[in-house]
Design a protein around this ligand. Structure first.
Ligand code: AMP
Length: 225
């Protein structure tokens, strides 16, 4: 797929846990070749590697709380300074607090850049809980499934690469409740901020992933190829 359609586009994908940010991010990336920068993925990789950052954040991620802004700030300063982020990006799971949004504005202002669009995917909470409880992902290639709505052909095995499907340790009901609380209290206010600045695009996240993707593409000119 052509990179040209998305080059220079700076997007943020927002939404409560379980609204399908990862799935939509993968589709957007496939279509326009923007680097997909997910703070959740970066933190999980650090935890898996047992790095100093990973050891610090592991208990926080396990509980479903937000990692302190200062730590996320370091991670994102480094990630956004890499060459592949120069020509545009798709942020997933960042910013998640007002302080993080301020930091992002500062990083972009230093480079004379600005965000093009903030896409907020909206799904009612009862549906979110059902989605997260049944969510599975491939430990090898990262493909995502749902035991009921998007099952793999063979139970527990990834259709794409044959890897083993696992449940994220923070997809248990108690931790999901905590993550939703963190979203309501710390991240939802950001939606209002981006609405006021005219950057926000609210997208109905119900329905099949391709339907949701169609809504996003229809509303973001930079994604039409
Ligand atoms: P996610 O994969 O986006 O659902 O993130 C998983 C977990 O990583 C969250 O529940 C938080 O503990 C942590 N996390 C991810 N992104 C951020 C962020 N921008 N700020 C603080 N914590 C984060």
């Amino acid at each position: 797929m052509s990179v040209a359609g998305g080059a220079g586009v700076r997007l943020v994908l927002m939404g409560a846990p379980g609204v399908g940010k990862g799935t939509q991010a993968a589709e957007i990336t496939r279509r326009v070749g923007l680097p997909h920068i997910s703070t959740g993925d970066l933190l999980r990789a650090a935890i898996r590697d047992g790095s100093p950052l990973g050891r610090k954040v592991a208990p926080i991620v396990e509980r479903g709380d937000l990692v302190p802004d200062a730590l996320i700030g370091e991670v994102m300063e480094e990630r956004l300074s890499r060459k592949d982020a120069e020509g545009g990006f798709l942020l997933d799971g960042f910013p998640r607090t007002v302080a993080q949004a301020d930091l992002l504005d500062r990083i972009l202002a230093r480079r004379g850049q600005a965000l093009d669009r903030v896409i907020s995917i909206e799904v009612p909470e009862p549906e979110i809980i059902e989605r997260l409880v049944g969510r599975r992902s491939c430990g090898r290639c990262g493909a995502t499934y749902h035991v009921r709505y998007q099952p793999p052909k063979v139970e527990g095995i990834c259709d794409r690469c044959g890897g083993e499907l696992t449940r994220r340790p923070d997809d248990t009901e108690a931790v999901i409740a905590e993550r939703l609380r963190a979203y309501r209290e710390q991240t939802a206010p950001l939606v209002e901020r981006y609405r006021k600045t005219g950057l926000l695009l609210s997208v109905d996240g119900r329905g099949r992933p391709d339907e949701v993707f169609g809504r996003i593409v229809a509303a973001v000119p930079g994604l039409r190829s």
